[in-house]
Design a protein around this ligand. Structure first.
Ligand SMILES: Nc1ncnc2c1ncn2[C@@H]1O[C@H](COP(=O)(O)OP(=O)(O)OP(=O)(O)O)[C@@H](O)[C@H]1O
Ligand SMILES: Nc1nc2c(ncn2[C@@H]2O[C@H](COP(=O)(O)O)[C@@H](O)[C@H]2O)c(=O)[nH]1
Length: 219
C-alpha cells in the first residue's frame, strides 16, 4: 500500500500507519495531538463519523461529520479503508487522504478502535504499528471522561460499561502504554514511533545507501 519517502537521515523508507486504540477516555486524542505537534512527517487521519459534534470540535479537523446516508454512500463507494460501529455510531477512515499521505512519504496516525485496527492489519500488516493505551485504573478512566465535560452522564455510563470489552483486545496490539502521566505516556509513544521508523525492513533505501558507502571505501 505504501510507497517511499525519506527519513530524517535522507534514506528512503516506506511510510507507516501508526495506530492508537484504547477504551474511551484513556487518552488517545490527547496523545495524538501531541504527536502531531511534535513529530514532523506524521499526519493525522481524520475519520468520518455519524456521531453528533461535541462542543469545541471542528468539522474537517476533528472528524468529518456526516449523516447516515453519506456514510452508507462512502461504504458502498469503497471510499473507506476501514469502518466500524462504535457506541451506536459509525466511524470510518477515508481512504484517499491516507493513500496520498503515504505516497508522499508521510506516516499516518490513526485514533481508531480495535475493529478498525484489525481491518488495517488485514490489509497491510507490515506497515501497521499498533499501540494500545490503558488507563492506570477504572476510577481514573471515569474521572477523565467526566473531566472532559463533553458527554452526558448517560453517554459516560455507556462508555464505562464498554471499557472492559474494548480492553479485552489489548493483546492484539504491538505495544501497550499505561497512561499515568501525559508527558511520560507521550515520551513512550514517541519512542515507539522513532524506533519503528528505523526498522530495517521498511528502510527501502538502505541497500543503495550501504552500496554507496562500500563504493566510497573501495574507491
Ligand atoms: N495522563 C492523564 N492524566 C490526567 N488526565 C488525562 C490524562 N490523559 C488524558 N487526560 C484527560 O482525559 C480526558 C480524556 O482524554 P482523551 O479525550 O484524550 O481520551 P480518548 O481516549 O481520546 O477518548 P475517546 O475514545 O472518547 O475519544 C481529557 O480531558 C484529557 O485531557
Ligand atoms: N474503527 C474506527 N474507530 C474509530 C474511528 N474514529 C474514531 N474511532 C473510535 O471511536 C471511538 C469513539 O470515539 P469518540 O471520538 O466518539 O470518543 C474511539 O474508540 C475511537 O478510537 C474510525 O475511523 N474507525
Amino acid at each position: 500500500m505504501t510507497t517511499g519517502g525519506h527519513g530524517t537521515d535522507g534514506v528512503e523508507r516506506r511510510g507507516l500507519m501508526f495506530v492508537l486504540s484504547s477504551p474511551s477516555g484513556a487518552g488517545k486524542t490527547t496523545l495524538s495531538r501531541l504527536l502531531i505537534e511534535r513529530m514532523p512527517g506524521l499526519r493525522m487521519s481524520v475519520s468520518a463519523t455519524t456521531r453528533p459534534m461535541r462542543p469545541g470540535e471542528v468539522d474537517g479537523r476533528d472528524y468529518l461529520f456526516v449523516d447516515k446516508a453519506r456514510f452508507e454512500q462512502m461504504v458502498k463507494g469503497d471510499e473507506l479503508l476501514e469502518w466500524a460501529t462504535v457506541f451506536d455510531n459509525r466511524y470510518g477512515t477515508p481512504r484517499a487522504p491516507v493513500e496520498a499521505a503515504l505516497s508522499a512519504g508521510q506516516d499516518v496516525l490513526f485514533d481508531i478502535d480495535w475493529q478498525g485496527t484489525q481491518q488495517l492489519r488485514e490489509k497491510a500488516r507490515a506497515d501497521v504499528v499498533s499501540v494500545f493505551i490503558l488507563p492506570p485504573s477504572a476510577s481514573d478512566l471515569e474521572k477523565r471522561l467526566h473531566s472532559r465535560a463533553q458527554d452526558s452522564d448517560e453517554v459516560i455510563r455507556k462508555r464505562m460499561s464498554r471499557a472492559s470489552h474494548e480492553m479485552s483486545h489489548w493483546a492484539e496490539y504491538d505495544y501497550i502504554v499505561i497512561n499515568h502521566d501525559v508527558d511520560e505516556a507521550f515520551a513512550e509513544v514517541q519512542s515507539i514511533l522513532k524506533a519503528e521508523r528505523l526498522k530495517r525492513e521498511r528502510r527501502t533505501g538502505l541497500v543503495g545507501f550501504v552500496r554507496g558507502l562500500q563504493g566510497q571505501l573501495q574507491g
